[in-house]
Design a protein around this ligand. Structure first.
Ligand SMILES: C[S@@+](CC[C@H](N)C(=O)[O-])C[C@H]1O[C@@H](n2cnc3c(N)ncnc32)[C@H](O)[C@@H]1O
Length: 226
C-alpha cells in the first residue's frame, strides 16, 4: 500500500494532529497521544527545540495540515521553514500569513530537488517515515544529506516494529493482520531501530541517537551531517 501513488492519494484531506503546543490536548491530539504513548507538547520541547535556533533554516517533510509547522514557526524569528509534501499544503498552512517565513513545496517524488544544496540547519518529520517503505526512507535520507549544512541535525519519527511488539499492536492501533502482509499492502511498513541506523549510516549521516525514547510505540531518531 505505501507506494508513492498510495501516499499521494491517501492524505489528500489534510492530516491534522491538533495544536501540539496547547497545555490541554484537543480530542484529536488526545487520541493520537493515546495510540503513540507520549505527549506531543513534551516531544516538541525535547525533539525539536534543542535542534533548531530562531534563525535556523528548517525543512519539514510531510506537514499535512501543519500541526508541527505552526509550532516551529512560533519559534523562528529570522529563520525560515520550507515544507515538502505530496499534497498542496498551502491551502491549509496559508504561507501568505507568514511574511516570507514559510515556503510550501508540493512534490511528486523524493528527490528534494526544490531545496537548495547546503542550505538546511534542521530537517524534521513526524508521522511520515512510518508510512514509507525502508527503500524509500533511504532515498529520502540520501537526497536530504546534500541539502544540509555541515553540523545540521535531522530528527524523524519512524515505525519500530520491535518497540511495537513490546507496546502492543492493539494498544498502538496498528492492525495485527499487517504482520502477515507484505510492506506494499500495509500503511505501517516494517522498520526498526537497527534498520533505521543502518540506512542512515549508509546514506552518509551520523547517528546521534537512534531513539530519543519520548514515545512508547514508535522511535525518534536524531541524525547529524558531520
Ligand atoms: C500522516 S500525515 C502527517 C502530517 C503531520 N506531519 C502530522 O504529524 O500531523 C503524512 C503526510 O506526509 C506526506 N508524505 C508522506 N510521505 C511523503 C513523502 N515521501 N514525501 C512527501 N510527503 C510525504 C503525506 O502526503 C501527508 O501529508
Amino acid at each position: 500500500m505505501p507506494t508513492v501513488e498510495w501516499l499521494k492519494k491517501e492524505f489528500h484531506y489534510g492530516y491534522d494532529s491538533g495544536d501540539v503546543l496547547s497545555l490541554i490536548p484537543n480530542f484529536r491530539r488526545f487520541q493520537e497521544e493515546q495510540k503513540i504513548g507520549g505527549s506531543y507538547r513534551k516531544l516538541f520541547y525535547q525533539a525539536v527545540i534543542p535542534y533548531m535556533k530562531p534563525d535556523s533554516m528548517v525543512l519539514e517533510l510531510g506537514p499535512g495540515r501543519g500541526s508541527w509547522s505552526k509550532a516551529i514557526l512560533k519559534y523562528l524569528s529570522s529563520g525560515k521553514l520550507q515544507t515538502v509534501d505530496f499534497q498542496d499544503v498551502s491551502q491549509w498552512l496559508k504561507p501568505e500569513k507568514y511574511q516570507g517565513k514559510l515556503i510550501c513545496h508540493q512534490v511528486t517524488d523524493n528527490s528534494l530537488s526544490c531545496i537548495t544544496d547546503s542550505s538546511i540547519d534542521f530537517f524534521w518529520s513526524f508521522g511520515v517515515l512510518c508510512h514509507n517503505n525502508v527503500e524509500r526512507i533511504e532515498e529520502i535520507l540520501k537526497n536530504a544529506l546534500s541539502k544540509m549544512k555541515v553540523g545540521g541535525f535531522a530528527v524523524h519519527e519512524y515505525a519500530d516494529w520491535k518497540k511495537l511488539d513490546n507496546y502492543g499492536w492493539e494498544r498502538g492501533k496498528i492492525p495485527v493482520s499487517f504482520q502477515k502482509l507484505p510492506d506494499n499492502e500495509i500503511w505501517w511498513p516494517r522498520n526498526d531501530r537497527e534498520t533505521m541506523c543502518q540506512i542512515a549510516t549508509k546514506s552518509g549521516w551520523k547517528v546521534v541517537n537512534p531513539d530519543l525514547g519520548l514515545v512508547k510505540r514508535d522511535s525518534i531518531i536524531v541524525l547529524q551531517k558531520a
